[in-house]
Design a protein around this ligand. Structure first.
Ligand code: GLU
Ligand code: MG
Length: 445
């Protein structure tokens, strides 16, 4: 779709307003709204905005920046009322000199993908964002109440969550997402909606679309949708597993090798080895909040240890079993990303780590099939060469500081903005006195 098609579509759809969207470095969606009559100008000249008030864009001398809409990302927001129809378009950010702004997260991923395109390859990702629906705070401040009492794959015709989830899937499909499945997850009030894999840029756009659509539709039902990685202590948290593969120009899956016993090619193996080698630093990008590290603990189907396997949900990377004739679906599922990440930056880091593995011809250690990594003793893990993910955001950030491959992939502007925002986030947390400390020490100390 080009600018002309976009204007035509907006007219046909009777759109009244258009939200021009982009994200800050943390992944929060920002929007500049226009009445539709200004769309044509926006498409030719872009729209100026003050970058200095956006997280991660702050310290740039030149605060004037320009949004250039990407017509391919046009979608109607299905919850907007008919007489005030609103559409959205994702935008790229440019400097006043007309160059792509280096700190733009979407631009950062595009730069990385351009390098991949030089090899004639595409990076496909099928993300599986999980989330909770809550019925507000139950008058007890920060302790949310799960919305229903369902469990994994449960079905009940009275389940209000099923009604909401169906509506969610419908809304997402009208926005152009190819929804594959929606189901109840393991925890109370927890859900997952998966959509078909796409190239990394589209997949990242889709993650943002999914997040705000879920929040908007939930709000219409008086519910709060949360993508926080671990909202409730003691039960499963919410991940965003990413199924990944590389295709060549002819659409062949570079992960598939008919002669390998797992049907996994040597490119696939090096890809995995690269992600394992950079896992500790990559954590800062794919699990980038203080709360992310409350999820990455033993016992809740989230990974803790750095290994890969075919049949093992406690591994960091899982290779779903190959089904005869489905060469395209040979893939590597990375299990530690969570939906609090900025998908553009997460995918940039994931690809950079993988390509480093391919370029250095790394081979992964033997797969840990049928081993529950949660149950291994430390000595056993050491013997198998299985490392551990960072235990906190602070630890992950220290790892990222040491990782030249990931830093280079982000580029200095994005890297520094990210670090600044995340160190501040950690520091803010570190200074707080938590409920836990009051319970533990108030009377005993
Ligand atoms: N909720 C789990 C996680 O935090 C994953 C459950 C699943 O295997 O889908 O990663
Ligand atoms: Mg799941």
């Amino acid at each position: 779709m080009d600018a002309k098609d976009l204007l035509k579509r907006a007219k046909e759809d009777r759109v009244q307003f258009v939200s021009l969207q982009f994200t800050d470095v943390t992944g929060a969606v920002k929007s500049v709204d226009l009445p539709v009559r200004n769309l044509e100008d926006a498409l030719t000249d872009g729209v100026w905005f003050d970058g200095s008030s956006v997280e991660g864009f702050a310290r740039i001398q030149e605060s004037d920046m320009r949004l250039i809409p990407d017509p391919n990302t046009y979608a109607i927001l299905p919850w907007s009322p008919e007489d005030r129809r609103r559409a959205r378009v994702f935008c790229d950010i440019y400097t006043p000199e007309g160059k792509p702004f280096e700190g733009d997260p979407r631009g950062t991923l595009k730069r990385m993908l351009a390098k991949l395109a030089e090899r004639g390859w595409t990076y496909n990702i099928g993300p599986e964002p999980e989330f909770f629906l809550f019925k507000g705070t139950n008058g007890r401040g920060v302790h949310p109440v799960p919305h229903d009492v369902g469990g994994y794959f449960d079905f009940s015709s009275f389940d209000e969550a099923v009604i909401v989830r169906t509506e969610l899937m419908e809304a997402l499909m009208t926005m152009g997402l190819e929804v594959e499945v929606g189901h109840h997850e393991v925890a109370l009030g927890q859900h997952e909606i998966d959509f078909r894999y796409a190239d990394a840029l589209k997949a990242a756009d889709n993650v943002l679309t999914l997040k705000y659509t879920v929040k908007a539709i939930a709000a219409q039902h008086g519910l709060i949708a949360s993508f926080m990685p671990k909202p409730i202590f003691g039960i499963n948290g919410s991940g965003m597993h990413c199924h990944q593969s590389l295709f060549d120009r002819q659409g062949n899956n570079l992960f598939f090798d008919p002669n390998d016993e797992m049907k996994l090619s040597s490119i696939g193996r090096s890809f995995i080895a690269g992600q394992l080698a950079h896992a500790r630093a990559l954590a800062a990008l794919v699990a980038p909040t203080v709360n992310s590290y409350k999820r990455l603990v033993p016992g809740y189907e989230a990974p803790v240890y750095i290994g890969w396997a075919q049949i093992n949900r406690s591994a960091l990377i899982r290779i779903p079993r190959y089904t005869e004739g489905r060469d395209k679906s040979m893939r590597a599922e990375l299990r530690f990303p969570d939906p609090s990440s900025n998908p553009y930056l997460a995918f940039t880091g994931m690809l950079a780590a993988a390509l480093d593995g391919i370029d250095r011809g790394l081979t992964p250690p033997p797969p840990l099939n049928n081993v529950n990594l949660y149950h291994l003793e430390k000595e056993e893990r050491q013997r198998l060469g299985v490392g551990e993910l960072p235990g906190s955001l602070a630890e992950a950030l220290r790892e990222l500081e040491q990782d030249e491959v990931l830093k280079q992939a982000l580029g200095p502007v994005t890297y520094e903005a990210f670090m600044r925002a995340k160190k501040e986030e950690w520091e803010e947390f570190r200074l707080r006195v938590t409920d836990y400390e009051i319970e533990r020490y108030l009377e005993t100390a």
